[in-house]
Design a protein around this ligand. Structure first.
Ligand code: BTN
Length: 266
């Protein structure tokens, strides 16, 4: 049993305006990781409604991509996970979830701030050459179908300083010198992700893939990359349906997955 009583939980549904994402909102003071918490809820017998959002003021074991941790000062930033049940989406197209979530987060932040926000492949949220946030999607595939997707989102909002180990991190406050209401940003993000998720459900793949590529950091620019021991110049020219990054290099086109390639920022 998932004993929710040991957490300080607030259930609120009056601040999120969309149809279903965020209508079931659980706010926690402290948790290891909101992704872990949501996955624990899913392993209980009680069904968890699609669109459920778990938000935490503080995570003591926040997780990032590629086994990294996720650092976030308590109470200053957005750290939350949301549940989608994309049963309609073939497993071979699961990267479209990364696309719509990244686009949703980026467009919500653009609407709220007026900044131009980019997506660093596969799904980092960037402003200029700095990382504003990241996304960790954990899919549960059962009998060949995408049963549950736990979508963890961490965004740097009101934090004023980052440890030297995170030289590329930046917050909205550092860029725009003002504090933001975390719930207001959460609400805007839920609304935008929901709109893009409904487009995905309606099969608007071309629109989604075009929008994703339009927002890609370093798209069509000659830049330096590293794959294995080799450092080379290349241009991002596309992202495959599967999510592989396609570069044009002096040796012709080349495809990479996340573990194979590094962007070299100067
Ligand atoms: C990354 O850029 O490496 C992805 C970071 C994802 C962090 C978020 S914070 C909320 C959710 N809970 C976690 O433990 N991780 C994600």
């Amino acid at each position: 049993m998932n004993d929710l009583s040991k957490f300080n939980i607030t259930l609120q549904n009056n601040i999120i305006s969309g149809l279903f994402i965020g209508q079931n909102l659980v706010t926690l003071n402290e948790v290891d990781s909101t992704n872990n918490f949501l996955k624990n809820m899913l392993s209980n017998s009680k069904p968890v409604p699609e669109g459920t959002v778990i938000m935490a003021e503080s995570q003591y074991a926040g997780r990032g991509q590629q086994q990294n941790g996720w650092h976030s000062e308590a109470g200053k930033n957005l750290t939350f996970s949301l549940l989608l049940k994309p049963l309609f989406l073939p497993v071979s197209q699961q990267f479209d979830l990364n696309r719509i979530v990244s686009i949703g987060v980026a467009t919500a932040l653009e609407t709220l701030t007026g900044l131009v926000i980019k997506i660093k492949w596969p799904n980092d949220i960037y402003y200029n050459d700095k990382k504003l946030g990241g996304i960790l999607i954990e899919n549960v595939v059962q009998t060949g179908q995408l049963k549950n997707a736990v979508i963890g989102i961490g965004l740097n909002i009101n934090q004023q300083q980052f440890p030297p180990t995170l030289p590329h991190a930046v917050s909205l406050k550092q860029i725009l010198h003002q504090d933001y209401d975390l719930k207001k940003i959460l609400s805007e993000i839920c609304k935008h992700i929901e709109a893009w998720y409904l487009r995905l459900k309606a099969g608007h793949f071309d629109d989604i893939r075009r929008q994703y590529v339009d927002k890609l950091y370093w798209f069509n620019q000659e830049k330096q990359f590293k794959a294995g021991q080799s450092v080379f110049n290349g241009k991002i020219i596309d992202v495959r349906e599967s999510g592989l990054l396609l570069l044009s290099t002096e040796n012709g086109p080349a495809e990479y997955n996340l573990k194979e390639i590094e962007f070299l920022n100067k």
